[in-house]
Write a protein that binds this ligand. Structure first.
Ligand code: PMP
Length: 402
C-alpha cells in the first residue's frame, strides 16, 4: 500500500491549476514590495489575501526593533522556554500584552496554531467536554484532538443549538469548555457573543474566544470582538495571533484565573517546541504599541472593508456574510470555476485566497479577500474592477447571486 496514494486528489487539484498556466496553488511572491503589493509571476500584484489587516509589516519602527533584537540577542532561542529558560523580552511581551488586554496573565506561543493547541489541551483533558462551533478553525479542532476531551459540535453561530446540546448532555462530573471565534476566518462573520453568554449563565461552562482575526481590528481599544461587544468580563480565556494585525509571527493565550500561569507546565505545544525568535518578539512588541497608539488604522481598515463590500454588492456578488468585516469572501459555484476565476484574477494582478473544501464551511468554494488598512482607495477600486471583469468574462460569479 502506497502511503502517498491518498494525495491523488490534491495532485489533481494542482494539475488543474497548472493547466491554467499558473505554477500551482502554492503561489510564490518573488518580491514583496509593500504590505499591499508583490511581484508574482513577474507581474506587480495587489495583495488582497494576506491577513495584513493593519498593514504594518514595513513600519520602520517595527522593522528596526526586529533588526536590533537580531543583532543584540541572536538569530534564535535554540530551545523551549521550559528547557532553556526565557529571554527577558518574552516576559516583557507577555506583560505588555496582559496590560493591553486588561488581563492578569498572558502566555506567548511560537505560533497562533500552537496557542490553540496549547490552550485547549491544557484546559481540557479526557474527562472534560469541549463544545465547538461547527465552523471552528482547524487549530481549534486539532487542539481538541490533542486534549483527548469529548467533542460536541454545535451549529455555526447558533446559541440555541449549544443550549440544546448542553441540556441533553448528562453531567459526567467533567469540565465544559466552549470555544468561539471573534471573526470567523473564512466568511468574516462574528460570533453572536451576547446570545452565547446568556447560555453560559444558564449552564455555567468556561468560555474561550479565539480573536485571531479580530484582535487589533475590532473594538474601541482594538482588543477584539469582546471589546466591541462590551463583554470582555464574560470571557474566561482569549487566544490570539501575531500573524495577522500584528504583522509578525507568534500567538498568545490570556486569562485571569489564578492558576493560569501554571498552564505553561501542562501544554505540550508550549513545552516541547522552541520559543519565538528575538526578532519576532521584538517586532510584536513594537507592533502592539502601534496598535494601541494608532486607532486611526482600525478606522481606515473598516472604511476600506466597507468600500470593498459595497463594490462587490454593486457587482451582484454573493458574499458569505451580511456584515462588513475585513474578511470578505465571494461564494463561487464549483471547484473548477473557482480555480479558473482565482487564476484569472491572479493573471490580471490581484491575489486573493483560493479557499476550497475541506478548509471551508459547508463545502463552499470561495474567493476570500482580506482587506488592509494600507490599501489605497485606488487599490480597493482596482480589486472591485478586476472582480467585475472576471464576472464580465462569464466565469459565473454573478450566477451565484439573487
Ligand atoms: N485561529 C484562527 C481562527 C485562525 O484563522 C488562525 C490562522 N489562520 C489561527 C488560529 C492560527 O494562527 P497562526 O497562523 O498565527 O498560527
Amino acid at each position: 500500500m502506497d502511503l502517498l496514494a491518498k494525495l491523488s486528489g490534491i495532485a489533481e487539484r494542482h494539475a488543474r491549476v497548472r493547466a491554467l498556466g499558473l505554477e500551482g496553488v502554492g503561489v510564490v511572491n518573488d518580491k514583496i514590495i509593500s504590505p499591499t503589493r508583490a511581484i508574482i509571476g513577474g507581474r506587480e500584484t495587489i495583495l488582497a489575501g494576506t491577513n495584513n489587516y493593519m498593514g504594518i509589516t514595513f513600519e520602520p519602527d517595527c522593522v528596526a526593533a526586529g533588526q536590533e533584537a537580531l543583532a543584540e540577542l541572536g538569530t534564535g532561542t535554540t530551545g523551549s522556554r521550559i528547557a532553556n529558560g526565557s529571554f527577558a523580552m518574552h516576559a516583557q511581551l507577555e506583560r505588555e500584552l496582559a496590560a493591553f488586554l486588561g488581563r492578569a496573565h498572558c502566555i506567548v506561543f511560537t505560533t497562533g496554531y500552537q496557542a490553540n493547541l496549547g490552550m485547549m489541551s491544557g484546559l481540557a483533558g479526557p474527562r472534560d467536554t469541549i463544545y465547538l462551533d461547527a465552523d471552528s478553525h482547524s487549530s481549534i479542532y486539532d487542539g481538541c484532538t490533542l486534549s483527548g476531551a469529548k467533542l460536541v459540535r454545535f451549529r455555526h453561530n447558533d446559541a440555541a443549538d449549544l443550549d440544546k446540546r448542553l441540556s441533553r448532555g448528562e453531567d459526567d462530573g467533567g469540565g465544559k469548555l466552549v470555544v468561539l471565534e471573534g471573526i470567523y476566518s473564512m466568511l468574516g462573520d462574528r460570533a453572536p457573543l451576547a446570545d452565547f453568554i446568556a447560555v453560559k449563565k444558564k449552564h455555567g461552562f468556561q468560555l474561550l474566544l479565539d480573536e485571531a482575526h479580530s484582535f487589533g481590528v475590532l473594538g474601541a481599544g482594538g482588543r477584539g470582538l469582546a471589546d466591541e461587544a462590551g463583554l470582555e468580563k464574560e470571557i474566561d480565556f482569549i487566544v490570539g495571533t501575531f500573524s495577522k494585525s500584528v504583522g509578525a509571527i507568534g500567538g498568545f493565550g490570556a486569562g485571569d484565573h489564578p492558576y493560569f500561569d501554571y498552564l505553561r507546565y501542562a501544554m505540550r505545544p508550549y513545552m516541547f517546541t522552541a520559543s519565538s525568535s528575538p526578532a519576532s518578539i521584538a517586532t510584536s512588541i513594537a507592533a502592539l504599541r502601534k496598535l494601541a497608539a494608532e486607532p486611526q488604522r482600525r478606522k481606515r481598515l473598516m472604511e476600506n472593508s466597507a468600500r470593498l463590500f459595497a463594490g462587490f454588492r454593486a457587482l451582484g456578488l454573493d458574499m458569505g456574510c451580511d456584515v462588513v468585516s475585513p474578511v470578505i469572501a465571494v461564494k463561487c459555484p464549483d471547484e473548477p470555476s473557482t480555480v479558473a476565476m482565482w487564476g484569472a484574477l491572479l493573471k490580471a494582478g490581484v491575489y486573493v485566497n483560493l479557499a476550497l473544501p475541506p478548509g471551508t464551511p459547508n463545502k463552499l468554494c470561495l474567493l476570500r479577500c482580506s482587506v488592509s488598512a494600507a490599501h489605497s482607495d485606488e487599490e480597493i477600486d482596482r480589486i472591485i474592477a478586476l472582480f467585475g471583469s472576471v464576472v464580465a468574462e462569464g466565469h459565473g460569479l454573478r450566477a451565484m447571486s439573487a
